[in-house]
Structure formats: C-alpha cells, structure tokens
Ligand binder design. Structure first.
Ligand code: HEC
Length: 203
C-alpha cells in the first residue's frame, strides 16, 4: 500500500518550512543581507561622521591641552557627542565598548559576540570588517545593531596602552578605580562603536 498523501509530502513540507524560516528569521543573530541593506545606509553615514568628530576632538585636545584635556575629551565629551549624534530621526543609540575598558564600557552579551566576530575576522583575514550588523530582541522589541571597529593608534597609547606608556593622570585614575591598565598595543582592535536602531524605524 502506498503511504498516505500527507506522509509522502512531509519531507517537502519540512524543507519548505526550513527555507521559509531561514529567509525570514526572527531569532537574534547576524542580520540577513536584506536587513543589512536596510540598516547600513541609515547607520553608517552618521556613525562615520561622529567617529570623525570624536577623533577631531581628541586630537585637538591632545594638541592644545595635552593629556589632561584629552582625558576629558575622551571620557566626557566623546559620549556626549555620541548621544547628540543619535538624536536626529531615526533615533540611533550609540555607545563605545571595549574588552578592557577605562570607563564603564564593558560589552553586554550581544556586544561581546560582535567583538568575537571582529576578532575572528581579523585573525582569519588579517583585516577588520568595516561594519557588522546584528538582529536582536530586547524588551519585547526587535532591534538592529551595527558595529564599527575602533583601532588602537599611537595617540591613544598614553591612556589605553600598557603600563609603560600610560600617562600619570591615567595611572592615578586606574589605581583609584582599581582597574588594570587596558594594555592595548598599536594596531589592535581597541573596541567597537555600537549603533542601535529599532526595527520599526527602518524604511
Ligand atoms: C588622555 C587620555 C585618553 C586618550 C589619549 C584617549 N582616550 Fe579613549 N578614553 C579615555 C578615558 C578616560 C575613557 C573612559 C571613558 C568613560 O569613562 O566612559 C576612554 C574611553 C574610550 C573608549 C570606550 C572604552 C573604554 O576604554 O572605556 C574608546 C573606544 C576610546 N576611549 C577610544 C580612544 C581612541 C581610539 C583613542 C586614540 C585616538 C583614545 N581613546 C585616546 C581616555 C583617553
């Protein structure tokens, strides 16, 4: 006797369901190509603009007021610039994270996964991806996060480098906060700029 109609179609139905799920996935993880195409044009131009602003601010502070001014610029003014840059429509929630931060900028679980991704790509390709997009569910709402790498340059050494290159101001801060020197070497991935957008704000 031939199997009933429904049984013989089961594998086909399962394959169709699997295909459907993989194309319209809602589980947290890397964004699909289509989602990347929606998220990146909204996030990248504003992220690049604010990254340039922060860099300009830091370099200006280092030149005019030395380490003390740069300390203020990186710890106070840079987060304020990120906040301001996120206020335009659509709203973007921007922050900087690092594995060995100077401030309270430890990554959350999704940001840690993004750091893993960038570090793995760096190890595999010897180059950092320009950006990476993640889909996640937070507080019952779907959101996307776009990450941009921040690399360690020589102007960053007095504060984010190893103990031998640290400025005295930073040494005092680290002792007071009971934090170890971040000890990033030049060219290393220092951290990520994380840009978050609600799925409802996508076109
Ligand atoms: C004179 C000191 C100083 C210099 C130079 C400096 N920073 Fe910072 N940076 C800080 C301080 C202090 C914080 C902590 C901010 C906070 O409390 O949120 C910080 C925070 C950061 C963070 C967030 C992660 C963390 O460590 O808390 C990133 C990313 C960062 N800086 C990147 C850079 C880059 C890139 C450069 C070089 C172009 C640089 N900084 C140069 C003092 C400095």
């Amino acid at each position: 006797m031939s199997p009933p109609f429904s049984t013989s179609f089961k594998p086909i139905l399962a394959a169709v369901a699997l295909l459907y799920c993989s194309c319209t996935s809602t589980v947290p993880g890397p964004a699909t190509r289509k989602e990347q195409g929606q998220v990146l044009p909204l996030c990248l131009p504003r992220a690049h603009a604010v990254q340039q602003e922060v860099r300009g601010l830091l370099m200006g502070a280092l030149e005019s007021g030395g380490t003390a001014a740069a300390f203020q610029a990186c710890s106070r003014q840079a987060p304020a610039l990120l906040l301001e840059a996120g206020k335009a429509e659509p709203r973007l929630d921007m922050r900087r994270v690092s594995r060995r931060p100077l401030g309270a900028n430890q990554p959350d679980v999704w940001e840690a996964l993004a750091l893993d991704h960038f570090e793995q790509q760096l190890a595999l390709d010897r180059a950092l991806p320009q950006a990476w997009v993640q889909r996640l569910e937070a507080d019952g709402q779907r959101r996307f996060r776009c990450y941009l790498p921040i690399t360690m340059g020589s102007p960053c050494l007095p504060c984010h480098g190893g103990a031998e290159s640290l400025a005295d101001t930073v040494k005092a801060l680290l002792v007071a906060a009971n934090v170890e020197a971040p000890a990033y070497a030049q060219g290393e991935l220092l951290g990520l700029l994380r840009v978050e957008i609600a799925a409802g704000d996508l076109p």
